[in-house]
Design a protein around this ligand. Structure first.
Ligand code: FMN
Length: 281
């Protein structure tokens, strides 16, 4: 992509995403890479052609080149090739056919097993069994997954992360034979996009980029402005749980999220993680 075309793509994407005008120096290096990041959209429809195994491995290598907390390297990637295993995972998530349809499916896992194993191997104490162990592995996993998505986008692949694999983490753990202290973070559907997809508007940068300190905020006003902008650009196709909450006149992002989180979800996840051997104190 020519730099001037990339600059224009970025400007348009960020205007749609944040309703903010950016001035972009066309002489900047790497604008075509930035254009892919700014134009991100999750893909849930894929062309039938497979993703070459060698390409997947290359993307895994790029992803695992990401920085890692204290060089601890606490993320692994499970490439799910076995159809029966994938179907077992899908069976725990009834309403996401894109997991079955995606040419490739990966699971990013946090690995808190290796570090205490190193201590045992070297006959050292391990007086660090607390929440930070779980948190570090989860953060490393998220960073690797993010790097994987950037790498996939760079070669034109589409993807959709799947946290729903944590709806029944025990089942997923058994299907993948995850050892003690290894836990699923998210799945990732990967394939060649079948359609362009759409940009999802995000909260304004006035809300999410903080200069120095948090001051007094008019959160209700900021959210209302975002709800209206988003509803004008990308209205929700259906309202959640109309039986309980009725039909809202303005069904914005905040109403949708409030309805979503009015239901208990993944309440057993802490128990699962403790059962995997982590101390969460
Ligand atoms: C950690 C994580 C978990 C997600 N889990 C799911 C999921 O289970 N199913 C799904 O269809 N999309 C999932 N998504 C995709 C989000 O729904 C999507 O990123 C969000 O709606 C914004 O849309 P965009 O990615 O197109 O900008 C997930 C995204 C992230 C980052």
């Amino acid at each position: 992509m020519l730099n001037s075309a990339a600059a224009s793509t970025i400007r348009l994407a960020l205007k749609e995403r944040f309703d903010e005008d950016f001035t972009i120096d066309p002489a900047l290096d790497g604008l075509s890479g930035l254009a892919k990041i700014a134009g991100h959209r999750s893909h849930r429809r894929f062309a039938p052609q497979p993703v070459d195994a060698a390409l997947l491995r290359l993307l895994c290598a790029c992803a695992l080149s990401a920085p890692s907390k204290s060089d601890l390297q606490q993320c692994d990637i499970v490439v799910v090739n076995d159809t029966a295993i994938r179907q077992g995972i899908v069976a725990t998530i009834p309403d996401m056919p894109w997991i079955t349809d995606a040419p490739a499916f990966l699971v990013f896992v946090g690995n808190g097993q290796r570090l205490p194993a190193l201590s045992r191997l070297h006959e050292k104490p391990f007086p660090n069994d607390h929440l930070d162990q779980f948190f570090n592995a989860a953060v490393d996993g998220a960073i690797v997954m993010s790097a994987f998505m950037c790498a996939a986008a760079a070669v034109g692949l589409g993807f959709c992360p799947i946290s729903a694999i944590r709806d029944q983490p025990q089942v997923v753990s058994e299907l993948l034979h995850l050892p003690n202290r290894v836990f699923p973070i998210a799945g990732l559907c990967v394939g060649w996009p079948a359609q362009a997809g759409e940009i999802t508007p995000r909260l304004s940068l006035q809300t999410t980029v903080v200069e120095d300190t948090y001051g007094t905020r008019d959160l209700a006003h900021e959210i209302d402005t975002y709800d209206r902008r988003r509803a004008a650009l990308r209205p929700y196709r259906r309202q959640r749980n109309v039986e309980q909450w009725g039909t809202a006149q303005l069904y914005g992002w905040s109403e949708d999220k409030a309805r979503q989180y009015a239901e208990p979800t993944r309440t057993g996840f802490g128990e699962f993680i403790r059962g995997k051997g982590f101390c969460l104190d």
